[in-house]
Design a protein around this ligand. Structure first.
Ligand SMILES: [Zn+2]
Length: 290
């Protein structure tokens, strides 16, 4: 259903392969979580979105005792197996119009740090962007976007705390490298990423992490290690990544809902201060050069 009005909400959950194997949030069966509306597609300057859901969490579960509404979209808004077009721009245009202040995302990736095992959880605190797609960030904010602490430390802490209740091994620091989907990296590329101190590689954190900052929202994302990156383990032919997706969907869904419910409404972080306005006299110079 194409919706003309975008609901005003403070919160969003961007679903990924972590909850791919379930219907989120219905299958999590958390008392107090309701789906208010589903199949909500929106027209954006970047094309029509995949369907969103508008959901609520009862005040008995939330930090401030008040009901919270949130928008959620599956699999990062992708329309197929690869983000060929601009699904993140579609999603973040909706989140910007909705007035979203907090974004939680999830997904999976290949472990590059040799200490990581399939089934581990990592909540990265930094990123490297090796995508080849055009950035649309300037269309979301006429500012200079700093990427100091790109992951909100407050949201990182909440995901970490809630993930520890569901998984044995959880890491709250690490560097995530985004490469182009749907191809995985070659062994030589993985070695290069290892030399660059990358811990996990995947296809989704970019451009979400910087579009969140551009719209003034705090952002953090949680990933399950679904496989060893190519070449790390000789002749590894282990479990299918899809086996992990079946196992992790419900616990990851629970982590996302419990973390959203626990967000402090008064921000203590500095995320929103890392956007710098360009002084008017510089704007004037830039315009004069057009
Ligand atoms: Zn923040």
């Amino acid at each position: 259903m194409l919706c003309r009005e975008i609901p005003k909400v403070d919160y969003a959950i961007i679903g990924g392969s972590g909850t791919w194997a379930c219907e989120f949030p219905e299958d999590i069966k958390l008392d107090g979580v309701k789906v208010l509306e589903k199949d909500m597609k929106f027209e954006t300057p970047y094309g029509e979105t995949v369907p969103f859901k508008l959901c609520s969490i009862d005040g008995s579960l939330t930090k401030d005792g008040k009901e919270r509404q949130f928008l959620t979209v599956p699999f990062h808004g992708w329309h197929g197996l690869a983000p060929n077009n601009t699904p993140s721009e579609q999603v973040f245009w909706v989140l910007k119009e909705a007035g979203v202040k907090f974004v939680l995302a999830e997904g999976s990736g290949g472990g590059i740090n040799h200490l990581l095992e399939p089934g581990d959880i990592i909540i990265p605190n930094d990123f490297i962007d090796l995508t080849k797609r055009r950035s649309h960030i300037a269309e979301f904010a006429h500012k200079i976007i700093r990427t100091k602490d790109p992951i909100c430390p407050e949201l990182n802490s909440l995901l970490y705390k809630n993930a520890q209740k569901e998984f044995k091994r959880v890491f709250r620091r690490g560097t995530y490298c985004t490469t182009e989907a749907p191809r995985f990296e070659s062994a030589a590329e993985v070695q290069m990423l290892k030399n660059a101190h990358v811990d996990i590689t995947g296809h989704t954190m970019i451009p979400e992490v910087y579009l969140a900052r551009a719209i003034g929202a705090c952002y953090a994302a949680l990933y399950i290690i679904s496989n060893y990156a190519e070449g790390l383990i000789t002749n590894w032919e282990g479990d299918s990544i899809f086996d992990w997706y079946n196992q992790c969907a419900i616990p990851i869904g629970k982590i996302m809902l419990n973390s959203l419910a626990a967000i402090e409404t008064e921000k203590k972080c500095l995320c929103s201060t890392y956007c710098t306005d360009v002084p008017q006299r510089i704007h004037n110079r830039i315009s004069a050069d057009d």
